[in-house]
Design a protein around this ligand. Sequence first.
Ligand code: GLC
Length: 434
Amino acid sequence: MNKIKDLLLNFFPLAMGKRLKSAIIFLAIVISIPLLIVAVRSQQPVTIDVLVWAVESEQMEDIVADFNEDNPDININVIEGPNETDQVEDLYTASFLLGDSPYDLVYMDIVWTPKFAAAGWLKDLSEYVSEEELDEFLEGDVNGGMYQGKLYRMPFRTDAGMLYYRSDLLEEAGYDPPETFSDLMEISQSLQAEEKAPWGYTWQGRQYEGISAMFVEVLAGFDAFWIDPDTLEVGLDEPNAIEAAQFLKSTIEEGVSPPGVTTYEEEDTRRLFENGETVFLRNWPYVYGLAADSDIAGKFDIQPMVSTPEGRSGACQGGWGFGIAESTNHPDEAWEVIEYFTKAETQKRYALEEGQTPTRRELFEDPELVEEYEYLPELLEVLQNAVLRPAIAQYPQASDILQRYLSAAISGTMTPERAMNAAARETRRLLERS
Ligand code: GLC
């Protein structure tokens, strides 16, 4: 150490006083410390934090690990959230409201876009991606990421509500797959009577976003609607919509659906199906891959949702994608992560390994994917006619109203008619207020 000091002191002209020399050296050291810190820091990878709902945070693990290995400058850090979309939404919302959000990326349900964009929590992604690039993705998924003409969310994987059924049981009993709600009830009751399964039909009835997603399909099936996003007309108290709610209640009353269905979310219903406890299941495509590894492997199939003869088979458009938090210090690195997740190669791998559905159109015709998931070409058609939940900034409040009253209707604390009338009134008040 003394040697270095002597060397440095000798570096200055002889005429310079020793104190002056020491002062200059001291100053040089003081100035270089922050530079050194910056230099060391810049060697450290930038961490991109993102909160992901539980099941998917596991499904993404390998993809994330590979990215981190190939990109020493960026480290994706997935924080595991709860399973329910609303609870994850609440966590993101709280972090943005409190300021200083720890999240750089926002892994978003398609229905969060209007609220998050209107609140100013997301960056406009238009500068990162061209129209031509967006054309490669499914239209509904791209539109679900737009708000007031700007893009806030890049679609990673899509979702559409489908009807799963036990093909082995239906075949054995000589039934064709159901087309109408009445077919579904009839087949269920007859297979239940033969003790082929304790329950006929299982769906998501808990008071959360899943019940709204499920209900838009029943509404379409009864040729009814929730809110017209262009005119803001509310259809919940129209006779067909009341009938739709009545149908759901009747599945429980007639013993086709378990009474517990009023507390079930996706994962509860998936377990019942995989355990052979229900003939039919309403769920998303992610169940396909998981059920193919379960005891009912090879004994089930999927088809579009049933309807009344006058209604239309409606699959709710769901799906997840990435937004960049307005508050992040690393938007460019966050975009690199988005590019990696949304490129065709990653989407294909995710589909093959985890059974999730891609958002790039070309992949619906990919021979390897179609061999694994025969339903893909049909799903593409289903998605092109998907039912949307109203893309309005007040969506969370509107959904909350529907969830509350529909839950009251199916659990018997209100008649479906009173519940739907009240839901319609409250929704109109909400829309008028804003
Ligand atoms: C799925 C869908 C999502 C929907 C949610 C409801 O995750 O992709 O859009 O809101 O289910 O539970």
